[in-house]
Design a protein around this ligand. Structure first.
Ligand code: C5P
Length: 210
């Protein structure tokens, strides 16, 4: 039996106690991968941003909000895991300052928000992966493989799953899976639950014998 770490869902980056920056990630793909791994008898550490779906039964779930919280939770768990699937849609930036008070609307002045980059969670963890498995996602509007391949190398991944913008929040999806050599696999289109099973098989994970 192996143990896999999955980051899933969006992150929320607080502007003040009421507002945040986020994105349209539903968490479905990450949760489907968690289910597929559990079906094969593996253990799952699911670190999830805020979503409206239930975590699969049997997953050890850690709920987080921001990218910094997600990184801290994932770093804690990574030492005990055999691989990582970085599926979270981590916000690229967070407000440089979070106001403790609700910001007031000012009708006649421009409002500007300073943003600072968030850490790359998957790259941070995969840099310390040794022989462990690291799988990332790349959501690209450009269907060529160049950007996905660049991310695979830059983040020290074994595989990158490339999907189009239409995958966001969708029930059905398709993936082009790339490895560090010249391997290319077309997975789906299929419901995310089936696509996750195909993905887990394609990256070489088999049923636990323990
Ligand atoms: O660079 P980009 O955001 O397209 O990379 C996507 C991949 O990297 C996904 O696997 C995502 O989960 C991961 N990622 C991350 N932390 C970030 C940005 C992306 O873990 N700050």
């Amino acid at each position: 039996m192996a143990r896999y770490l999955i980051t899933a869902g969006p992150t929320r980056e607080s502007i003040d106690p009421v507002r945040f920056l986020s994105n349209r990630s539903s968490g479905r793909m990450g949760y489907a991968i968690a289910s597929a791994l559990l079906e094969l008898g593996h253990q799952v550490e699911l670190v999830s941003g805020p979503v409206n779906i239930e975590p699969p039964t049997g997953a050890n779930t850690t709920q987080v909000e921001s990218a910094l919280e997600m990184l801290a939770a994932a770093e804690q768990l990574w030492g005990q895991c055999d691989g990582i699937f970085g599926v979270a849609a981590v916000a690229d930036y967070r407000p440089a300052n979070t106001s403790a008070e609700k910001l007031k609307r000012q009708a006649d002045t421009l409002f500007s928000l300073q943003l600072e980059p968030n850490p790359d969670i998957l790259a941070t963890l995969a840099a310390k992966k040794d022989q462990r498995l690291a799988v990332g996602f790349a959501l690209e509007s450009d269907p060529s493989h160049n950007e996905a391949k660049r991310k695979l190398v830059a983040k020290n991944l074994d595989f990158v799953a490339l999907n189009g913008i239409s995958a966001q929040g969708a029930v059905q999806s398709a993936i082009t899976l790339l490895d560090g050599a010249d391997g290319i696999w077309q997975l789906g289109p299929a419901e995310k639950s089936e696509l996750a099973r195909e993905l887990v098989r394609a990256v070489g994970i088999t049923a636990s014998r323990a």
